[in-house]
Design a protein around this ligand. Structure first.
Ligand SMILES: CC1(C)CN=C(N2CCN(c3ncnc4sc(C(F)(F)C(F)(F)F)cc34)CC2)S1
Length: 492
């Protein structure tokens, strides 16, 4: 690693965002792989200084004026890197593992090295995702442990071990064709960790947690993107570090320009949120970035990711573009219906619960009372919006079908009736819940003599022919056309 030190030393001391960008740029453009441990230590050190134990501003102006970007000395980083190298190389006897491709024993052994160094304190605090946190405080969150295993593997020269990311869990892939998988960290609260096991069984459950076989499989570049995307600029519940947010944003654009975000929808969503806070001149607006995340998920992950739609939906909700936000949530529901709900899917359950029981009710309230959003009261007369709310709920019902754990309870029904009743009755009459042509389920319904209801539904000719179809498809077109209208400015 001596050569690595000579190459990197010239960037230090890091004194501002530009110097950090230059370090990452050289690592990404080098003919050798970017050094994950180095970059994680550097970013963790800066994040730690900018977000934890901040100097409380006094009435002495000089304190307020002094830039607080930390000076990162090479000696600091080198000492921590050496500490990590000593731990990993001192604990793993590589002679026991034949060279070439890695096996499950080696992966488990590396995971044990990280795992056994962790302190027992609670792990769901912020700023526990980097090797800086691991080396200075023996603390890592779920992502941090998985990342630490991959960074340790790289240090051991095992370049077939890579990070695999779902929307709420991380594990590793390894082996000759990169198809072996292994749990290396824990997930959630009160769940026994399954470290060492392959994830095949969990995927078989069709749970959202494992994205039913559509996780983000990282290469070294996408692993650098994960380091940057997992950085956390928040100081407390209400305040973010401007410097840390700006650094994360510039690093994400650096990775974006090199194409390393194209298969990482959550990093694109993260970048869209940062651009909303502080737009970069000459860069696409947030809506375009969120759309890129959706397009990436459709193209690379067979539209099995939920978060691209909830990133965009949340943004549109904040901008009070309620019709388009509801369409995004219908598309999110169109994704979740492909899964079976299992007990480790709580995170996405909470996401849909908030949309159904808080955000949509807030919208129908906001546009029905004499409020500043009264200009959008026409939403309650728009059959498309009503149809999207029905699609939203239909996807959640389908998610529940065939699941081991129920999703809906009476609280959902109370909010559902509240929201639907706000719509004008004539609007509710305008939608057509007819059979979806290519929905093979309705064929079986037709042939199911016991299920008269669906037969009557699909044969009922009383519905107006020009009804708005409530069809569940991969509605890229409907969402796209709605957003085009928004961009043209005729959004209501
Ligand atoms: C639309 C939202 C509610 C806003 N933020 C969301 N995030 C914030 C960022 N985030 C992420 N952003 C980048 N990369 C990753 S990898 C990952 C994970 F695999 F679940 C891990 F590693 F287990 F934590 C999570 C995650 C998780 C999802 S989703």
């Amino acid at each position: 690693m001596a050569c690595f030190r000579d190459k990197v030393k010239k960037h230090f001391p890091l004194t501002d965002i530009k110097s950090v960008i230059n370090l990452f740029k050289e690592q990404l453009e080098s003919n050798e792989e970017p050094n994950l441990a180095l970059l994680s230590i550097v970013l963790g050190c800066i994040e730690n200084t900018l977000t934890l134990n901040r100097a409380v501003p006094t009435n002495d102006d000089t304190k307020l004026l002094r830039p607080i970007f930390p000076i990162v000395d090479f000696s600091t980083v080198d000492a921590l890197y050496t500490q990590f190298e000593t731990l990993v190389k001192g604990s793993v006897d590589l002679t026991k593992y034949p060279s070439g491709y890695s096996n499950r024993d080696l992966v488990k052994k590396i995971s044990d090295v990280i795992w056994s160094s962790l302190s027992r304190s609670f792990k769901d605090k912020a700023h526990l995702q980097s090797l800086y946190s691991f080396l200075t405080g023996n603390k890592l969150d779920c992502f941090g442990v998985a990342f630490g295993v991959v960074a340790a593997a790289q240090l051991l020269g095992r370049n077939d071990i890579h990070l695999s990311l779902s929307e709420d869990h991380a594990w590793v892939i390894f082996g000759e064709d990169g198809t072996d998988t292994a749990e290396v960290t824990w997930h959630g609260k009160g769940n026994e960790d399954k470290r060492g096991q392959s994830i095949a069984l969990s995927v078989a459950e069709k749970s959202w947690l494992y994205l039913n076989g559509h996780p983000v499989i990282c290469n070294r570049m996408i692993e650098v993107a994960a380091i940057v995307s997992a950085a956390n600029p928040s100081i407390n519940f209400t305040t973010d570090s401007i410097e840390m947010g700006a650094l994360q944003q510039e690093l994400l654009w650096l990775l974006y320009d090199k194409g390393h975000l194209s298969k990482y929808p959550m990093a694109l969503g993260n970048l869209g949120d940062l651009e909303e806070i502080s737009p970069t001149p000459g860069r696409p607006p947030p809506l375009c970035i969120f759309q890129e995340a959706i397009t990436s998920a459709i193209k690379h992950y067979d539209n099995h990711h939920v978060y691209p739609y909830t990133y965009m939906g949340a943004y549109l909700y904040r901008k009070r573009c309620y019709k388009e936000a509801i369409k995004c949530w219908a598309e999110a529901s169109n994704v979740i219906r492909k899964f079976n709900y299992t007990r480790e899917d709580e995170e996405i359950y909470k996401e849909f619960l908030e949309i159904a029981n808080e955000l949509i009710p807030n919208i129908v309230k906001a546009v029905s009372l004499n409020t500043l959003d009264r200009a959008q009261m026409n939403i309650l007369y728009n059959p498309e919006v009503y149809a999207d709310i029905l699609r939203f709920y239909d996807g959640i019902c389908e998610w529940e079908e065939g699941s081991s754990t129920p999703v809906l309870h009476v609280g959902w029904a109370q909010h559902l009736t509240f929201s639907l009743n706000k719509f004008d009755p004539r609007t509710r009459a305008k939608i057509d819940v007819g059979k979806d042509e290519d929905d093979e389920d309705s064929e079986t319904d037709e042939n199911d003599e016991n299920d008269n209801e669906s037969n009557s539904k699909s044969k009922d000719k009383t519905k107006p022919q020009n009804g708005v179809p409530v069809s569940t498809n991969d509605g890229k077109e409907t969402l796209k056309s709605a957003l085009d209208d928004l961009k043209k400015g005729d959004s209501t």
